[in-house]
Design a protein around this ligand. Structure first.
Ligand code: MG
Length: 226
């Protein structure tokens, strides 16, 4: 008997494009103001210190902002950029100027499952902190209370069967009592190998159907049978 549902975020409950088309441009647009306004704060000084080390020169507020914005354009995955983006997004979510999109069917079914007594969990490669931020201010309101727990890659990689075994163990159920939903075929395979019940979610704007995929593929949470 199924007792819990574990969901991926991007491409599953929310469009992949949100990060690329909304969050990244937002952090770029706010960078100058944010750095100027918070220049004396320890967390901006810490970012400054790291960027100055990487660049090998002293930076003014405008120069720091220019470097960070050029890194956004280059899609550099470096700690000080991730950190400053985290602060900017947090402010945006807190003020309500950024809201996370949630697919209608995902929202409806998650709420229904919660009401029926299933426990709901998130497993995403974004940090637990970022996941909580994401669900704290969505187009459907604050959804944090829907979930009983959050997992990130600290528990292990999403394409590793052992991560799913560990998650089941942490939740206190058998893997076969967990339904896992993700758009990523390798994640679906890894979860299936752990004996979880799996569905691959195929959102038309994010992914394509895979021919002869060995596990069920669905276009909506409505097709999930618990
Ligand atoms: Mg995904």
């Amino acid at each position: 008997m199924v007792k819990a549902v574990l969901v991926d975020i991007e491409g599953t409950v929310a469009p992949v494009s949100f990060v690329k088309d909304v969050l990244f441009p937002y952090s770029k647009e706010k960078m100058d103001d944010f750095i100027e306004k918070n220049w004396d704060k320890p967390y901006v000084q810490e970012v400054l210190k790291q960027v100055e080390e990487m660049e090998g020169r002293k930076l003014s507020p405008k120069e720091l902002s220019a470097v960070l914005k050029s890194w956004i354009d280059q899609d550099r995955k470096v700690a000080p950029l991730k950190d400053i983006q985290g602060y900017i997004w947090k402010e945006g979510f807190d003020e309500g100027s950024v809201k996370s999109p949630i697919y209608e069917d995902a929202y409806r079914k998650l709420k229904e499952w919660k009401e029926k007594g299933y426990r709901l969990f998130v497993y995403s490669s974004g940090s637990v902190q970022a996941q909580k931020l994401f669900f704290s201010n969505t187009e459907k309101g604050n959804l944090l209370d829907l979930f009983d727990g959050f997992f990130d890659t600290k528990i292990g990689g999403k394409k590793d069967k052992n991560s799913y075994l560990k998650i089941a163990q942490t939740i206190g159920v058998k893997p076969e009592q967990v339904v896992f939903l993700s758009d990523n075929p390798d994640e679906v395979k890894a979860a299936a190998e752990s004996e979880m019940v799996v569905y691959r979610v195929v959102r038309p704007e994010d992914a394509d159907w895979i021919r002869d995929f060995p596990y069920p593929q669905i276009s909506s949470f409505d097709e999930v049978e618990l």
